[in-house]
Design a protein around this ligand. Structure first.
Ligand SMILES: NC(=O)C1=CN([C@@H]2O[C@H](COP(=O)(O)OP(=O)(O)OC[C@H]3O[C@@H](n4cnc5c(N)ncnc54)[C@H](O)[C@@H]3O)[C@@H](O)[C@H]2O)C=CC1
Ligand SMILES: O=C(O)C1=N[C@H](C(=O)O)C[C@H](O)C1
Length: 271
Protein backbone atom coordinates (compact mmCIF):
# COMPACT_ATOMS: atom_id res chain seq x y z
CA UNK A 1 0.00 0.00 0.00
CA UNK A 2 1.17 3.55 -0.75
CA UNK A 3 2.41 5.69 2.12
CA UNK A 4 -0.25 7.96 3.62
CA UNK A 5 0.49 11.54 2.53
CA UNK A 6 0.21 13.74 5.61
CA UNK A 7 -0.30 17.44 6.21
CA UNK A 8 0.67 18.72 9.66
CA UNK A 9 -1.23 21.82 10.83
CA UNK A 10 0.48 23.93 13.50
CA UNK A 11 3.86 22.68 12.30
CA UNK A 12 5.95 25.11 14.39
CA UNK A 13 4.08 24.44 17.62
CA UNK A 14 5.05 22.02 20.41
CA UNK A 15 2.96 19.19 18.91
CA UNK A 16 3.75 20.10 15.30
CA UNK A 17 7.49 19.85 16.02
CA UNK A 18 6.99 16.50 17.75
CA UNK A 19 5.06 15.22 14.73
CA UNK A 20 7.63 16.33 12.17
CA UNK A 21 10.27 14.68 14.32
CA UNK A 22 8.62 11.26 14.48
CA UNK A 23 6.98 11.06 11.02
CA UNK A 24 10.23 10.03 9.28
CA UNK A 25 10.52 7.07 11.69
CA UNK A 26 6.86 6.01 11.34
CA UNK A 27 6.11 3.25 8.87
CA UNK A 28 3.42 3.99 6.28
CA UNK A 29 3.30 7.81 6.48
CA UNK A 30 5.04 10.58 4.58
CA UNK A 31 4.98 14.30 5.37
CA UNK A 32 3.86 16.25 2.29
CA UNK A 33 3.06 19.65 3.81
CA UNK A 34 3.61 21.59 7.02
CA UNK A 35 1.12 24.40 7.61
CA UNK A 36 1.41 27.46 9.81
CA UNK A 37 -0.38 30.81 10.22
CA UNK A 38 0.07 33.33 7.38
CA UNK A 39 2.06 35.65 9.70
CA UNK A 40 4.27 32.95 11.21
CA UNK A 41 7.97 33.86 11.26
CA UNK A 42 8.70 30.23 10.38
CA UNK A 43 7.15 30.36 6.87
CA UNK A 44 9.66 29.06 4.33
CA UNK A 45 11.77 27.36 6.99
CA UNK A 46 12.38 23.61 6.60
CA UNK A 47 9.88 21.86 8.92
CA UNK A 48 12.64 19.64 10.27
CA UNK A 49 14.13 22.73 11.96
CA UNK A 50 12.37 22.32 15.28
CA UNK A 51 14.42 19.40 16.47
CA UNK A 52 17.84 20.11 15.05
CA UNK A 53 17.84 17.13 12.70
CA UNK A 54 18.74 17.17 9.02
CA UNK A 55 16.28 19.10 6.83
CA UNK A 56 13.29 17.05 5.68
CA UNK A 57 12.73 19.02 2.47
CA UNK A 58 9.20 20.13 3.45
CA UNK A 59 9.14 23.91 3.98
CA UNK A 60 6.58 25.48 6.28
CA UNK A 61 3.82 27.20 4.31
CA UNK A 62 0.40 28.80 4.81
CA UNK A 63 -0.95 27.64 1.43
CA UNK A 64 -3.82 25.35 2.49
CA UNK A 65 -5.08 24.65 -1.05
CA UNK A 66 -1.66 23.54 -2.31
CA UNK A 67 -1.14 21.41 0.82
CA UNK A 68 -4.47 19.59 0.44
CA UNK A 69 -3.97 18.97 -3.29
CA UNK A 70 -1.31 16.36 -2.50
CA UNK A 71 -2.58 14.72 0.70
CA UNK A 72 -4.57 11.84 2.16
CA UNK A 73 -4.88 13.05 5.75
CA UNK A 74 -4.40 16.09 7.96
CA UNK A 75 -3.04 15.92 11.50
CA UNK A 76 -4.02 19.09 13.29
CA UNK A 77 -2.85 20.42 16.66
CA UNK A 78 -3.38 24.16 16.27
CA UNK A 79 -6.16 26.46 17.52
CA UNK A 80 -9.97 26.24 17.54
CA UNK A 81 -10.33 28.82 14.74
CA UNK A 82 -7.74 27.04 12.58
CA UNK A 83 -9.19 23.56 13.22
CA UNK A 84 -12.70 24.63 12.24
CA UNK A 85 -11.34 26.19 9.03
CA UNK A 86 -9.32 23.04 8.32
CA UNK A 87 -12.40 20.86 8.98
CA UNK A 88 -14.32 22.76 6.29
CA UNK A 89 -11.39 22.52 3.85
CA UNK A 90 -10.90 18.79 4.60
CA UNK A 91 -14.62 18.17 4.00
CA UNK A 92 -14.50 19.95 0.63
CA UNK A 93 -11.37 18.01 -0.40
CA UNK A 94 -12.65 14.70 1.11
CA UNK A 95 -9.44 14.29 3.09
CA UNK A 96 -9.33 12.64 6.51
CA UNK A 97 -8.86 15.04 9.43
CA UNK A 98 -7.33 14.08 12.77
CA UNK A 99 -8.02 16.85 15.29
CA UNK A 100 -6.12 17.10 18.57
CA UNK A 101 -6.87 20.77 19.18
CA UNK A 102 -8.66 21.52 22.48
CA UNK A 103 -10.57 24.53 23.79
CA UNK A 104 -13.29 24.02 21.16
CA UNK A 105 -16.65 25.73 21.79
CA UNK A 106 -19.99 24.02 21.18
CA UNK A 107 -20.26 25.98 17.90
CA UNK A 108 -16.81 24.69 16.89
CA UNK A 109 -17.84 21.11 17.73
CA UNK A 110 -21.03 21.52 15.69
CA UNK A 111 -19.03 22.78 12.68
CA UNK A 112 -16.67 19.79 12.98
CA UNK A 113 -19.64 17.38 13.20
CA UNK A 114 -21.04 19.00 10.03
CA UNK A 115 -17.70 18.51 8.23
CA UNK A 116 -17.68 14.86 9.35
CA UNK A 117 -20.74 14.24 7.16
CA UNK A 118 -18.41 14.61 4.17
CA UNK A 119 -15.17 13.02 5.33
CA UNK A 120 -13.53 10.92 8.06
CA UNK A 121 -12.79 12.95 11.20
CA UNK A 122 -11.08 11.64 14.32
CA UNK A 123 -11.24 14.09 17.21
CA UNK A 124 -10.00 13.57 20.73
CA UNK A 125 -8.89 15.76 23.61
CA UNK A 126 -6.15 13.23 24.19
CA UNK A 127 -4.54 10.90 21.64
CA UNK A 128 -2.63 8.70 24.09
CA UNK A 129 -3.48 5.05 24.72
CA UNK A 130 -3.09 5.58 28.48
CA UNK A 131 -5.66 8.36 28.77
CA UNK A 132 -8.18 6.58 26.56
CA UNK A 133 -7.87 3.46 28.69
CA UNK A 134 -8.19 5.62 31.80
CA UNK A 135 -11.47 6.96 30.40
CA UNK A 136 -12.78 3.38 30.19
CA UNK A 137 -11.81 2.81 33.84
CA UNK A 138 -13.38 6.10 34.93
CA UNK A 139 -16.65 5.24 33.21
CA UNK A 140 -16.73 1.85 34.94
CA UNK A 141 -15.90 3.33 38.33
CA UNK A 142 -18.54 6.04 37.98
CA UNK A 143 -21.14 3.44 37.00
CA UNK A 144 -20.26 1.19 39.93
CA UNK A 145 -20.00 3.94 42.54
CA UNK A 146 -22.92 6.16 41.57
CA UNK A 147 -23.35 9.85 42.44
CA UNK A 148 -22.89 9.28 46.20
CA UNK A 149 -19.14 9.21 45.45
CA UNK A 150 -18.18 12.77 44.51
CA UNK A 151 -16.21 12.95 41.25
CA UNK A 152 -13.53 15.66 40.92
CA UNK A 153 -11.06 16.02 38.05
CA UNK A 154 -7.73 17.73 38.66
CA UNK A 155 -5.37 18.57 35.81
CA UNK A 156 -1.99 20.28 35.58
CA UNK A 157 -0.26 21.58 32.45
CA UNK A 158 2.66 23.81 31.43
CA UNK A 159 2.43 27.57 31.87
CA UNK A 160 1.82 28.20 28.13
CA UNK A 161 -1.42 26.24 27.84
CA UNK A 162 -4.23 28.60 26.83
CA UNK A 163 -7.44 26.63 27.52
CA UNK A 164 -9.03 25.22 30.68
CA UNK A 165 -10.25 22.75 31.69
CA UNK A 166 -8.02 20.66 29.46
CA UNK A 167 -9.54 18.61 26.64
CA UNK A 168 -8.50 15.51 28.54
CA UNK A 169 -10.27 16.63 31.72
CA UNK A 170 -13.44 17.15 29.69
CA UNK A 171 -13.03 13.73 28.04
CA UNK A 172 -12.69 12.14 31.49
CA UNK A 173 -15.66 14.16 32.74
CA UNK A 174 -17.73 12.86 29.81
CA UNK A 175 -16.67 9.33 30.72
CA UNK A 176 -17.77 9.81 34.35
CA UNK A 177 -21.08 11.36 33.25
CA UNK A 178 -21.67 8.52 30.78
CA UNK A 179 -20.98 5.97 33.52
CA UNK A 180 -23.63 7.66 35.66
CA UNK A 181 -26.06 8.01 32.75
CA UNK A 182 -26.22 11.82 32.97
CA UNK A 183 -25.22 14.75 30.73
CA UNK A 184 -21.93 16.43 31.69
CA UNK A 185 -23.18 19.89 30.63
CA UNK A 186 -25.89 19.81 33.30
CA UNK A 187 -23.73 18.29 36.02
CA UNK A 188 -20.37 20.03 35.94
CA UNK A 189 -18.81 22.53 38.33
CA UNK A 190 -15.93 24.60 36.99
CA UNK A 191 -13.72 27.12 38.74
CA UNK A 192 -15.31 27.27 42.18
CA UNK A 193 -14.62 30.52 44.09
CA UNK A 194 -16.25 32.53 46.86
CA UNK A 195 -19.27 31.40 48.86
CA UNK A 196 -20.09 28.38 46.76
CA UNK A 197 -22.32 26.63 49.25
CA UNK A 198 -22.00 22.91 49.79
CA UNK A 199 -21.27 20.56 46.94
CA UNK A 200 -24.30 19.60 44.85
CA UNK A 201 -25.03 15.86 44.69
CA UNK A 202 -23.97 14.42 41.35
CA UNK A 203 -21.72 17.33 40.43
CA UNK A 204 -18.54 16.54 38.44
CA UNK A 205 -15.93 19.11 39.48
CA UNK A 206 -12.96 20.44 37.50
CA UNK A 207 -9.80 22.11 38.81
CA UNK A 208 -6.98 23.37 36.56
CA UNK A 209 -3.39 24.03 37.63
CA UNK A 210 -0.86 25.73 35.32
CA UNK A 211 2.90 25.97 35.76
CA UNK A 212 6.36 25.14 34.52
CA UNK A 213 6.79 22.58 31.79
CA UNK A 214 4.29 19.91 32.87
CA UNK A 215 3.24 18.00 29.75
CA UNK A 216 -0.10 16.78 31.13
CA UNK A 217 -1.19 15.30 34.48
CA UNK A 218 -4.77 14.20 35.17
CA UNK A 219 -6.37 12.68 38.26
CA UNK A 220 -9.99 11.66 38.68
CA UNK A 221 -10.90 11.54 42.35
CA UNK A 222 -13.93 9.60 43.56
CA UNK A 223 -14.52 10.71 47.14
CA UNK A 224 -16.89 8.60 49.20
CA UNK A 225 -17.76 8.59 52.90
CA UNK A 226 -14.55 7.66 54.69
CA UNK A 227 -12.60 6.54 51.61
CA UNK A 228 -11.28 7.85 48.29
CA UNK A 229 -10.23 6.39 44.95
CA UNK A 230 -7.82 8.27 42.66
CA UNK A 231 -7.22 7.28 39.04
CA UNK A 232 -4.27 9.11 37.44
CA UNK A 233 -2.35 9.50 34.22
CA UNK A 234 0.87 11.43 33.69
CA UNK A 235 2.23 12.13 30.22
CA UNK A 236 6.04 12.16 30.27
CA UNK A 237 6.61 12.90 26.59
CA UNK A 238 4.52 14.58 23.85
CA UNK A 239 5.45 11.61 21.67
CA UNK A 240 2.53 9.68 23.20
CA UNK A 241 0.07 12.18 21.68
CA UNK A 242 1.89 12.36 18.34
CA UNK A 243 2.12 8.57 17.95
CA UNK A 244 -1.59 8.28 18.76
CA UNK A 245 -2.44 10.91 16.15
CA UNK A 246 -0.39 9.12 13.49
CA UNK A 247 -2.07 5.81 14.38
CA UNK A 248 -5.41 7.60 13.97
CA UNK A 249 -4.39 8.98 10.55
CA UNK A 250 -3.43 5.48 9.36
CA UNK A 251 -6.68 4.06 10.79
CA UNK A 252 -8.81 6.48 8.69
CA UNK A 253 -7.88 4.65 5.48
CA UNK A 254 -10.98 3.09 3.91
CA UNK A 255 -13.33 4.31 6.68
CA UNK A 256 -16.74 5.79 5.89
CA UNK A 257 -17.24 9.52 6.52
CA UNK A 258 -18.14 10.20 10.14
CA UNK A 259 -16.96 11.56 13.45
CA UNK A 260 -14.77 9.07 15.31
CA UNK A 261 -12.88 9.10 18.61
CA UNK A 262 -9.59 7.62 19.78
CA UNK A 263 -11.65 4.94 21.52
CA UNK A 264 -12.75 3.86 18.00
CA UNK A 265 -9.16 3.93 16.72
CA UNK A 266 -7.85 1.95 19.70
CA UNK A 267 -10.72 -0.55 19.73
CA UNK A 268 -11.86 0.62 23.18
CA UNK A 269 -15.42 1.59 22.22
CA UNK A 270 -17.76 -0.52 24.30
CA UNK A 271 -14.82 -1.86 26.36
N1 LIG B 1 -5.38 15.85 21.82
C1 LIG B 1 -4.15 15.69 22.30
O1 LIG B 1 -3.66 14.57 22.53
C2 LIG B 1 -3.32 16.92 22.51
C3 LIG B 1 -3.86 18.13 22.24
N2 LIG B 1 -3.10 19.26 22.34
C4 LIG B 1 -3.75 20.48 21.90
O2 LIG B 1 -3.22 20.83 20.62
C5 LIG B 1 -3.22 22.25 20.47
C6 LIG B 1 -1.81 22.72 20.13
O3 LIG B 1 -0.95 22.46 21.24
P1 LIG B 1 0.57 22.93 21.22
O4 LIG B 1 1.28 22.32 20.07
O5 LIG B 1 1.08 22.70 22.59
O6 LIG B 1 0.37 24.50 20.98
P2 LIG B 1 1.34 25.53 20.28
O7 LIG B 1 0.79 26.88 20.59
O8 LIG B 1 2.75 25.22 20.62
O9 LIG B 1 1.14 25.22 18.71
C7 LIG B 1 0.02 25.57 17.96
C8 LIG B 1 0.52 26.00 16.60
O10 LIG B 1 -0.59 26.17 15.73
C9 LIG B 1 -0.30 27.26 14.91
N3 LIG B 1 -1.48 27.80 14.24
C10 LIG B 1 -2.42 28.65 14.74
N4 LIG B 1 -3.30 28.98 13.78
C11 LIG B 1 -2.93 28.32 12.66
C12 LIG B 1 -3.44 28.26 11.34
N5 LIG B 1 -4.51 28.98 10.95
N6 LIG B 1 -2.83 27.46 10.43
C13 LIG B 1 -1.73 26.75 10.79
N7 LIG B 1 -1.18 26.78 12.02
C14 LIG B 1 -1.78 27.55 12.95
C15 LIG B 1 0.38 28.26 15.83
O11 LIG B 1 1.09 29.27 15.14
C16 LIG B 1 1.27 27.35 16.64
O12 LIG B 1 2.54 27.20 16.05
C17 LIG B 1 -3.78 22.80 21.78
O13 LIG B 1 -5.17 23.01 21.62
C18 LIG B 1 -3.52 21.69 22.78
O14 LIG B 1 -4.36 21.71 23.88
C19 LIG B 1 -1.80 19.22 22.72
C20 LIG B 1 -1.21 18.04 23.03
C21 LIG B 1 -1.92 16.78 22.95
O1 LIG C 1 -2.03 21.68 25.73
C1 LIG C 1 -1.43 20.64 26.02
O2 LIG C 1 -0.22 20.60 26.21
C2 LIG C 1 -2.21 19.39 26.13
N1 LIG C 1 -3.46 19.44 25.76
C3 LIG C 1 -4.38 18.38 25.76
C4 LIG C 1 -5.51 18.68 26.72
O3 LIG C 1 -6.01 19.81 26.70
O4 LIG C 1 -5.93 17.79 27.46
C5 LIG C 1 -3.73 17.03 25.96
C6 LIG C 1 -2.53 17.02 26.84
O5 LIG C 1 -2.93 16.95 28.17
C7 LIG C 1 -1.57 18.15 26.56
Amino acid sequence: MNELRLVVVGASGRMGRMLTQIIPDTLGVRLTAALEQPDSPTLGVDSGFGHGTTPNGVPITSDVAAALADADAIVDFSSPVASVEMAKAAARAKIAHVIGTTGLSQADLDAIAEAARETVVVRSGNMSLGVNLLAVLVERAARALGPAWDAEIVEMHHRLKVDAPSGTALLLGEAAAHGRGVALAENSARGRAGLTGPRRLGEIGFASLRGGTVIGDHTVVFAGAGERIELSHRAEDRGVFARGALAAALWTRGKAPGLYSMADVLGLSGA
